[in-house]
Design a protein around this ligand. Sequence first.
Ligand code: ADP
Ligand code: GLC
Length: 490
Amino acid sequence: MKRGALKVMFVASEAFPLVKTGGLGDVVYSLPHALHDRGADIRLVLPGYRALLRQLDQVRILGWLDVRGAEGIVSARILETRHPDFAFPLWVVDCPPLFDRAGNPYVNAGGQDWPDNAERFAVFARVAALLAQDALDIGWQPAVVHTHDWQTGLVSAFLADQPQRPKTVFTIHNLAYGGHFSHTDFVRLQLPSPWWSPEGVEFHGGFSMLKAGIVYADAVTTVSPTYAAEICTPAFGFGLDGLLLSRQHKLHGILNGIDTRIWNPSTDPHLPAHYSMSRILPGKRRNKQALLERFLPHADDAAMQAPLLGLVGRLVEQKGVDWVLAAIPVLLAETDARVVLLGSGQAVYEQKLTRLARQHPDRVFVVIGYDEPLAHQIEAGADLFLMPSRFEPCGLNQMYSLRYGTPPVVFKTGGLADTVVDATATTLDDASATGFVFDTPDVHAFLLAIHRALELYRQPTQWRRLQQTGMRQSFDWSDSAGHYLALYSL
Ligand code: ADP
Ligand code: GLC
């Protein structure tokens, strides 16, 4: 590391490949690497979940920090580790009563939030704020602390009134998750009483850790420019639109990138065959065949020729799963399309999708669960990618699908609006079209977009051009990393 390099501390609740529940994990892996490649000196602070600790090989104890928890003082051990997938040191907040438990970082096996989430992430934030002030005296003090989503919202608040503090940047990956807790939690955690006001963290009788990030960080970012504008309106603001509007001077929309080393159809180790923009077939066909054969005894010519629609994602309302559920029977009746879906989330969606797959075993394939290789195989093996999200702060899957020559069908919102160009006569003509965008939030409009896509799919030359334009898009991190560096030094 060069002397004088910009020191940036990332604080987040997940990071691929150690622990990931969605796109946040991808971003917290690839953005700091992009910054590291541009000369920044990075530390990434993560909670010591059991699943994460299990993957660490050699650790060094940096020291112990005692902070206020819900019942009294909680002691955290700070571990430093060099992990082969990371180009910079990781700092792990090891606090067994809060993080050493089996399962998901945020919810229990029944899908309910861990009951002590307020304490878990308040303690994590207190520790991170101390580390940002070099409380362990290790001689590394960041110029910038970059925090992500509600789990880290309190970090900026704890730092706000500290002398000689680093600059704080808070990124909103999804406003739908507000980190809402009760007044009782506020009191038990002994959070500073001046924070308890509408101008502070108070929110509808309780408090919001996400709001803390918005109020107290020096700069707030969203993961796409369109989402930055949308969240300042009641329709997308989750009750925080007024506050966000009043903070527009420090609100910046910076589009996520994707990790083009991991998501690359010409090298992806999860794929049975590789391909590239200049030679899409036969590699992509081999992927389709392998994907179909996972679900069908044999993928005959008819199956290979019929369009295959893919979806990967969290099965929650945000993702428009109910539109997908309503659209599938219509598609089965009116077209020869097949559908392959991978996801997990709300039980009701999981059950309805599983039922559809059982009713149509040769046309609807559903895998409930989390499966990284299969996610790559669907991106590569499907012909069309469905992502009809009602709102989408950025969305990575549509960018992966563009790069894999699998044009996406998306609702015109957030990052989807910023990354997909609808195929119209004009955009097809000037070769800027990359997918299919609908702008009325209902099933009818979604189906119309799919029908437009299926029509174009039957025109191989046009289709190839659409695929190639999508594959040519540059979504790597270099532009966005530059925007973050500029923001850090404002
Ligand atoms: P979000 O963060 O809202 O879930 P994104 O599109 O930004 O949506 O990112 C989702 C990420 O999680 C992608 O990397 C996607 O491949 C991955 N993903 C989501 N669900 C699954 C799943 N069931 N199995 C494997 N990967 C998944
Ligand atoms: C959130 C958003 C998603 C975004 C991801 C990474 O999970 O739902 O749109 O791509 O964070 O920033």
